[in-house]
Design a protein around this ligand. Structure first.
Ligand code: HPA
Ligand code: ZN
Length: 330
């Protein structure tokens, strides 16, 4: 099973670059940029990574992102993630970033996207990992702020495949960003949105009907609404599920209670992702391993999860076929 997980070509479609900032790199960047951290050591920082809900995580995650200042910092962050992908047999990535987390601190949009996109280009050229970048709006901020962010992205449209929606879900329904997403679609962006992580199934309906998303990020609360489940299945709508994130943030009390296999067996297009690996205890392989340890996963299910990750990606059909052929031969 372990060897198979590693060998399967996998795509990661739900990964926050800021959430791949390991404590060691956080301390290194803090020193490089003369920033003092609220924690004395890497060990003390890691001990703070205990969360009862999404908001408790977000508070620490935004604090950590403050060490990212220069183009080189964003390059180093992205490059470190890509090296992990190479080790783990991840052949394609669609990471997201939160521009507002940085522009609100006075870091230029150009600095952020410059570093990220240069690393992604090197990832393709030096590691053979293909990618598409997603720009996420912070849903706890205003519609106006999201519109400004979309405006700032105009010169970099060629570097961004889709827009997304993340941060505090409760009380910030997708409908708040209907006009922003309509504008993004007009400009040629694809759309995705976090929905049904902590928020109700109703937010998944809204993401589908009002934001016209190509994928739902998380979406695990869909099982509470049978009509929605039927729609997800018939539309082959992908859900980018993040098992370790869900248990770390208490969406499920224990991995043995996770509903990913239940959804997979019903024909929902779910796949495995790591969300914020530096904070939730591991990258893609660790997520697969946690599932195998606590759920009765078969080889067929494992292959289907990898297959779904390729099919649900935004890569060209020819590339998809190449990876799917390899999966079918394993
Ligand atoms: N949910 C919402 N916002 C986020 C997450 C998440 O899992 N990770 C980083 N920002
Ligand atoms: Zn997420």
């Amino acid at each position: 099973m372990q060897a198979l997980i590693l060998a399967l070509p996998k795509a990661e479609l739900h990964l926050h670059l800021e959430g791949s900032l390991e404590p060691e790199l956080m301390f290194e960047l803090a020193q490089r940029n003369n920033i003092s951290l609220a924690y004395a050591s890497v060990a003390e920082l890691r001990r703070a990574y205990q969360f009862n809900n999404l908001q408790e995580f977000l508070d620490i995650y935004y604090q950590g992102a403050a060490v990212l200042q220069t183009e080189e910092d964003f390059y180093d962050l992205t490059w470190a993630y890509l090296l992990r992908c190479q080790e783990e047999g991840v052949v394609h990535v669609e990471p997201c970033f939160d521009p507002q987390t940085h522009t609100d601190r006075g870091v230029k949009f150009a600095t952020v996207i410059g570093g990220i996109s240069r690393a992604l280009r090197d990832g393709q050229q030096k590691l053979g990992i293909s990618s598409a970048l997603i720009m996420s709006f912070l849903r706890h901020l205003s519609e106006r702020s999201a519109l400004q962010t979309l405006e700032q992205a105009q010169p970099y449209k060629e570097l961004i495949m889709a827009v997304g929606l993340d941060s505090s879900e409760l009380d910030h329904p997708p409908e708040k960003f209907q006009r922003v997403f309509a504008k993004a679609i007009e400009q040629g962006f694809l759309t995705v949105a976090h929905a049904g992580e902590e928020g109700p199934a109703e937010y998944i309906w809204q993401a589908l009907q009002l934001l016209h998303v190509s994928r739902i990020d998380h979406g695990v609360r869909a099982v509470e609404d049978e009509k929605l489940m039927q729609l997800l299945i018939s539309e082959k709508m992908p859900l980018t599920v993040c098992p370790l994130s869900n248990t770390k943030l208490q969406v499920f009390a224990h991995m043995s209670e996770h509903n990913i296999l239940q959804m997979l067996d019903r024909g929902v297009k779910v796949m495995v992702n790591s969300d914020d690996p530096a904070y939730f205890g591991g990258y893609l392989l660790a997520n697969y391993q946690a599932l195998i340890e606590h759920l009765p996963m078969t080889e067929t299910q494992l292959k289907q999860l990898a297959k779904n990750s390729i099919e649900a990606s935004f890569m060209p059909d020819l590339e998809k076929q190449r990876h799917l052929l390899k999966i079918s031969q394993l």
